[in-house]
Design a protein around this ligand. Sequence first.
Ligand SMILES: [Zn+2]
Length: 278
Amino acid sequence: MLCPLCLSESKFAFEAKGFPVRDCVKCGHRFAEIAADEAHVARVYDDAYFSGGGAGYSDYLADAEMLAARGRMYAAKLGKFAPEKGKMLDVGAAAGFILKGFVDSGWRGAGLEPNERIARAGREKLGLDLRAGSLESFATDEKFDLVSMIQVAAHFYAPRTAFRKAAELLNDDGLLLVETWNRESLSARFFGQNWHEYSPPSVLQWFSAKGLTEFLKEFGFERVGGGRPSKKISGAHAKSLLKYRLGDNFLLKLIPDRFNFPYPSEDLFWALFRKRAI
Ligand SMILES: [Zn+2]
């Protein structure tokens, strides 16, 4: 199977949850060997992903305020790169809470979400422009000043198509914000094959900050900023993740659902890219 980023040969690395995980021999990108298509997106991101625990969200709607705070945090970080703000597209917007954080900070825009039911809930509850669909198949003549992908890129089944589309959707000098798992983080190295993010089929792509920057040059993106985000997750979400990892354990009952834990964001990175004319 060819590397989904640079189209070079790849080699088998290990198996995770029954799926082969492969490494590109040229760029080092790591990915799951899954013949993914639109049906896959619809299947993995069905309602259970957002409310059934497992590798998804235990109760996505309960995390509303935390996600809005995340949007505001990134809007603040982007201030010096886009003082005028402008029009944005949040990819994988779910019910729109992160987008809401941006909108509250002065951005205008829309969100794109594969799950129609979740997108509708966000439209009705928050009055946001949330559209059902995936980036790979998004057809529009609109242009944006910012495309954001918060914890989305790891799920792309066709990353080349997705990032090419992001470049097409942006005005010249527009910004692309990506937050995703860091394959080269300390915890990823420490846990090896047992790292919690090796969880196909919902996660398909494992990037490194450097690898993403190199890959995006092809589409005219120049890295202008980045770092490690701080993050908090609810007790319910933490328990869901731990249960997925460890199975039922009586200690998990001791974690209160409504308590917000600082999450080891050491294994996440964010990066901001500016689109240059190519
Ligand atoms: Zn590659």
